[in-house]
Ligand binder design. Structure first.
Ligand SMILES: [Zn+2]
Length: 406
């Protein structure tokens, strides 16, 4: 029992054998298990609240086992009920009576552990079709819905190997990383289809309060065909937050989103625009003047935003903008020096409070300090970058009058 081993390693003490009945006997008979307490005192772990910790550990393993047993009984009863029915005795194909070839065991992975059931194995001689008659009407597969939901949740967050370890630790469930990967791949298209067709996605988004924000980004992912760009889009809604002054921008607390619809795909920008457009038609985000768009400096993103929406409140992601300022301060004043830090802090405040108009003056003053071609080139590139996004640097306005994303 690997999960019990893990708990033991953490300083919990579990009975090596014996189920709840043994625990109950010890518990009721002696108020608490004295042998266990001796063990606990002899360990380098300082275990307090011993009786409760013990009961908790038992509940986590033997309690889970009780639920598993209960599920096993229910599953077997459901199978037996179907097998009693006449329909399952006839071949679905030719309507002749099938020949029973005895019972076969089947392991089904549930959220409470693996349950073992047995079901009839039949054969239709004319059709030469061996079948488990109950599999189709009951939809029996290797994994239940509960197991799948846990597995997909775990697998979506980290590597499949790590996810498998998490499932074992948190739920005592055993699954290999490749099987976990397969489950995730099976569920993903179902989720995509549900999102596309389900009316509640649209209803929830429409009735959620707040302003619409549109975020687009791309990142590199490693695929069977090499590294590719995965494009990500999010339509979200959020109520406006409290106004802050630019020097307080990173301490402000933005309200939580009230609704979010995210989508991603490895595809060319034209197809991604179609995807964005499809969601726009479904979600009806309202007047474009009320939409805030956030992205990094990639031109393809702003091209799509403009083509698809026309005029929206565009904003260059503040962290990207600041990263560029930080980089140039290192080029001119060296990495980690007091001078570079000082220059960066002042430049940051100017960008956040005065946008392009203020920060460009600072960059132009820096020209005088450029001695090498490299410095001049870095400065020119940064000036072009800010110039290109000049209308997207209205941070102060966002902080003071319209405290939303950014
Ligand atoms: Zn048949």
């Amino acid at each position: 029992m690997a999960s019990a081993e893990t708990l033991r390693f953490q300083g919990f003490f579990l009975p090596k054998t014996g189920g709840l009945s043994e625990y109950r006997k010890n518990h009721i008979g002696h108020k608490f298990n004295k042998r266990l307490l001796r063990l606990a005192r002899g360990t380098r772990f300082n275990i307090k609240f011993t009786e409760t910790n013990y009961a908790e550990a038992v509940a986590m393993t033997q309690g889970r086992e009780l639920i598993r047993q209960s599920l096993e009984t229910i599953a077997q009863e459901e199978i037996d009920d179907i097998e009693k029915k006449k329909e399952t005795r006839m071949c679905q194909n030719c309507q002749t009576k099938k020949r029973h070839l005895g019972y076969r065991n089947k392991n089904i992975n549930t959220a409470a552990g693996t349950v073992k059931v047995k079901r009839l194995y039949d054969e239709c001689l004319p059709c030469n079709l061996p079948v488990h008659a109950v599999d189709e009407p009951l939809g029996i597969t290797d994994y239940t819905t509960g197991f799948r939901s846990l597995a997909v949740r775990a697998g979506a967050d980290c590597s499949f190997q790590k996810a498998a370890e998490n499932l074992l630790f948190y739920c005592g469930l055993t699954i290999g990383r490749m099987a976990l990967r397969k489950l995730c791949y099976e569920e993903a298209p179902k989720m995509a289809e549900w999102k596309q067709k389900s009316p509640e996605v649209v209803t929830e988004f429409t009735k959620a309060p707040g302003n619409v924000e549109l975020t687009i980004d791309a990142t590199k992912v490693n695929t069977m065909g090499g590294w590719r760009d995965v494009k990500v889009g999010i339509y979200s809604k959020r109520e406006l937050g409290e106004s802050v002054s630019p020097d307080q921008w990173d301490k402000r607390k933005l309200p939580q989103h009230t609704a979010r619809v995210a989508f991603a795909a490895i595809e060319k920008k034209d197809r991604f625009r179609n995807r964005l457009s499809g969601w726009r038609k479904r979600l009806r985000p309202g007047l474009t003047g009320d939409i805030s768009a956030l992205a990094d400096g990639a031109d393809w993103i702003w091209d799509i935003v403009r083509l698809e929406f026309g005029k929206v409140r565009e904003c260059l992601d503040v962290y990207h903008a600041l990263e560029h300022l930080s980089d140039i301060s290192k080029v001119f004043y060296g990495k980690g020096t007091a001078a570079s830090k000082k220059w960066y802090e002042s430049a940051k405040q100017e960008l956040l409070s005065g946008g392009f108009a203020l920060v460009v003056k600072r960059l132009d003053r820096l020209k005088g300090a450029a001695h090498t071609d490299g410095e001049r080139k870095s400065l020119r590139l940064l000036r072009d970058y800010f110039m290109n996004h000049s209308a997207r640097l209205c941070y102060e306005w966002h902080f003071l009058t319209f405290c939303d994303v950014f």
